[in-house]
Design a protein around this ligand. Structure first.
Ligand SMILES: Nc1nc2c(ncn2[C@@H]2O[C@H](COP(=O)(O)O[C@H]3[C@@H](O)[C@H](n4cnc5c(=O)[nH]c(N)nc54)O[C@@H]3COP(=O)(O)O)[C@@H](O)[C@H]2O)c(=O)[nH]1
Length: 722
């Protein structure tokens, strides 16, 4: 190894090791060299020379050949073995061809014959030293170059970006090792392949065009985003930001070694590719979030409106129809409130899946908020197309949902608005579908309706109706009608259900379906129900005091009323105020009210039962599926819903359900009242089944108190209304 100090020394200051076994000759050679300004170090014999070469560095060795013990050939062997890179000039009395060629083969630079000519010797020394200095300088440059290339190679290979070069045809001439980490290809397998093979199919045209653009230059590089294909990775492609520009013709000489070995022509384009996959994914997520509902992954309101606007434009252009549906889940609140929000979320996801299973590719289902969905069916031919889909949606949601260990039932109310009949604009169509949906809800839920103009009139009237309802409570326009509950075996009236009516000054007698949904929406229901309870209790008190001691009053309670924190105290206070016997009162609540908050309801009902008030479950069998609560609550009566009673007449299924409910009520020792009895066949069937009490148009509708007075006055069994 050559030390830097030696390299920097001029040939004049060179240290020269002079080796001879003849002291006189040695001295004269040293003197001659020192006179010329060299630093001459004498070594008397081969052994001394080897010792000095081991310890010190020299730029030249002047070496005698024939020496005792260690001769000149052995010293050269020593120099060779130790890889000492000091040139040797042999100064010897031997001049045979064999001796000279042997010395030169061993590595001697030159050969001077003794006795030597001082001038010739000095000229040879100067030549060898200069040659040596040149060789060392060249080696030095070479080493620096190698180091520099190594450094650049390191920089290129450890770059966080892919660095590449392409030839004029677009074939890869060079690519750094980063490509393996990012895309899974070894650089060697890409050399010679066209860059286009790496580009994702969707971006090939854009990518190749960008690289061929004649406008790009080193000063004006082209930067573009593109997807590159991966190999052996979970992702099929990754996003890159590529910066590329053409390189000059003379760049070839600076190129990495491997380029020259490849089967490509000269590099023409230099580029770097930065992996921006994470940024792209984050952007995509933010974008997705802005236009989708994260729970269901459905388009949100904004995206739905956008798609609807486009669909309207297209439908207008092609003179086609389209349908907008507004879907609102029935009984979702009950599940959410009773089983918790996590279950509510799972239900919404499951509902989404089922709804999606009914749709075609071009349809857009969106979550509008809460348990509301909207659906766009672009380009339908007739109302019938929308009708079929609506029926399908309703039918798939009818099946129970399994949420963990809970089996729950929801339904859906669907309002449909058809373009252009219902409206011409996006907002009009959504609003009309919403109005139609509201009418489905008001009419008993779980169904569909097409929007019609008359619905809007109703909607416009809602505001005035609300004002009127407030006024009605003040003006005492609400009245109570009573429907008899009759013992199925004797025909005796055993109870009366209080049902509210509204004697509207202009519209005449209104029924609960005309105003109760509005009363619930506006929260006027609490006041209304209290007013009904008060009127009915006062009236019933007169009948009880008149001798009908066991006559029972059944009153419907609204969920809001029951939900009130002072519900029990208020009810008891109300009864006490008129001295009403609590055991003559039966409150009717639906299963949904119970499931709203089972714990709290259970406490409240327990308190009421302790006061002697009876509790009936209204519309039994139509609400929440879990029957657990029957054990946990103080329930006295089950009221079989009219829909099941109707089934007695129309088919086996309805009758089966009635059979099951009556059997269960017997098993649980509960009273049973069958609602909606309209025919003697139904009455006979129920009586045979052991259903003790019935109620329905067979015995007449709810009637004003005056008519009930007459009915009770006769004390005879009540007659069927023919
Ligand atoms: N919170 C309050 N809710 C009330 C009050 N009054 C009524 N309601 C609720 O409105 C529902 C509808 O009541 P209504 O229109 O009066 O209908 C009742 C009966 O008229 C009807 N019925 C009775 N027999 C028959 C029949 O043979 N056929 C037939 N098609 N309908 C019949 O059923 C309704 C009674 O049902 P139910 O209450 O389930 O016993 C009503 O359901 C109440 O929920 C009120 O003051 N407060």
């Amino acid at each position: 190894m050559i030390s830097d100090a030696l390299l920097e020394t001029s040939t004049v200051e060179a240290r020269i090791l002079v080796v001879d076994d003849e002291p006189r000759l040695l001295r004269s050679l040293v003197d001659l060299l020192e006179e010329q300004g060299f630093i001459a170090v004498p070594a008397l014999g081969g052994r001394a020379a080897c010792e000095l070469l081991t310890r010190e560095a020299f730029q030249l060795v002047m070496l005698d050949l024939r020496m005792p013990e260690v001769d000149g050939h052995q010293v050269m062997q020593f120099i060779q073995d130790r890889k000492i890179e000091t040139p040797v000039i042999v100064v010897s009395g031997e001049s045979s061809f064999t001796a000279v060629s042997r010395a030169l083969r061993r590595g001697a630079e030159d050969y001077i014959k003794k006795p030597f000519d001082p001038e010739e010797l000095l000229a040879t020394v100067g030549n060898v030293l200069q040659k040596q200095a040149l060789a060392w300088a060249h080696r030095n440059v070479q080493m620096r170059l190698e180091k520099s290339e190594e450094l650049h190679r390191y920089i290129v290979n450890t770059s966080p970006d892919i660095v590449f070069m392409l030839d004029r045809e677009g074939r890869v001439c060079f690519v750094n090792r980063k490509i393996e980490a990012l895309l899974g290809y070894k650089p060697s397998e890409l050399i010679g392949r066209h860059f286009r093979h790496l580009i994702d199919e969707q971006d090939v045209a854009r990518g190749t065009y960008a690289l061929q653009d004649p406008a790009i230059s080193a000063e004006n590089p082209r930067t573009f985003e593109i997807r590159l294909k991966t190999r052996g990775s979970r992702k099929a492609n990754r996003y890159f930001e590529i910066t590329a520009f053409p390189i000059g013709d003379d760049s070839g000489q600076f190129l990495p070694h491997e380029i020259h070995r490849s089967n490509t022509s000269d590099p023409c384009i230099y580029g770097s590719a930065r992996d921006i996959t994470e940024r792209k994914e984050a952007e995509a997520f933010i974008n997705f979030q802005a236009y989708h509902d994260l729970l269901t992954r459905l388009p949100n309101r904004a995206l739905f409106k956008d798609r609807l606007m486009l669909a309207i434009t297209q439908a207008q252009r092609n003179r086609q129809k389209l349908a907008v549906m507004f879907l609102d889940l029935d009984r979702f609140k009950v599940v959410n409130d009773t089983l918790g929000h996590a279950m509510g979320d799972r239900l919404l996801q499951a509902v989404t899946q089922r709804l999606e299973s009914c749709l075609r590719k071009g349809d857009t289902l969106s979550r509008f908020g809460g348990d509301e969905f909207t659906l766009l069916l672009p380009a339908i031919s007739t109302h019938n197309d929308a009708r079929k889909i609506a029926r399908k949606l309703i039918s798939v949601l009818k099946e129970p949902f399994q949420l963990g260990e809970h089996e729950v039932f929801v339904g859906v109310s669907v309002g449909i608005a058809i373009f252009p009949d219902a409206g011409q604009t996006m907002d009009q169509l959504i609003q009309c579908a919403d109005i139609a949906m509201y009418h489905v809800k008001a009419g008993g839920k779980d169904g569909y309706r097409f929007y019609s103009e008359t619905m809007s009139i109703g909607t416009a009237n809602r505001l005035s109706l609300e004002r009127d309802l407030r006024q009605a409570l003040v003006n005492k326009e609400l009245c109570v009608h009573y429907q008899p509950q009759v013992a199925s075996d004797t025909g005796q009236v055993v109870g009366l259900e209080a049902l509210v009516r509204w004697q509207h000054p202009e519209r005449g007698l209104l029924y609960p379906r005309d105003f109760l949904p509005l009363a619930e929406e506006t929260k006027l229901i609490t006041e209304l129900s209290e007013c009904v309870l008060d009127t009915a209790c006062q009236q019933m008190k007169q009948w009880i005091d008149g001798g009908h001691r066991t006559l029972r009053l059944a009153v419907n309670l609204s969920p809001l009323q029951v939900d009130h924190p002072r519900f029990v105290q208020n009810l008891i206070a109300q009864l006490r105020a008129i001295n009403f016997p609590p055991e003559n009162l039966e409150i009717e609540i639906t299963e949904n009210v119970i499931m709203n908050d089972l714990e709290q309801i259970s406490r409240k009902l327990q308190e009421l039962a302790e006061h002697g008030i009876r509790i009936a479950i209204d519309d039994f069998g139509t609400g929440y599926s879990s029957l657990n609560y029957l054990h946990r609550l103080p329930i006295h009566t089950l009221k079989v819903d009219q829909s099941f009673v109707r089934g007695i007449r129309s088919g086996e299924d309805g009758a089966c359900i009635v059979n099951a409910i009556v059997a269960m009520a017997h098993g649980l020792r509960l009273d049973i009242v069958a609602e909606g009895v309209e025919t003697d066949i139904q009455l006979a069937y129920l009586r045979n089944l052991g259903c003790q009490q019935v109620q329905g148009f067979f015995y007449g509708p709810a009637r004003p108190a005056s008519e009930i007075n007459e009915l009770l006055g006769t004390r005879a069994p009540i007659q069927a209304v023919v």
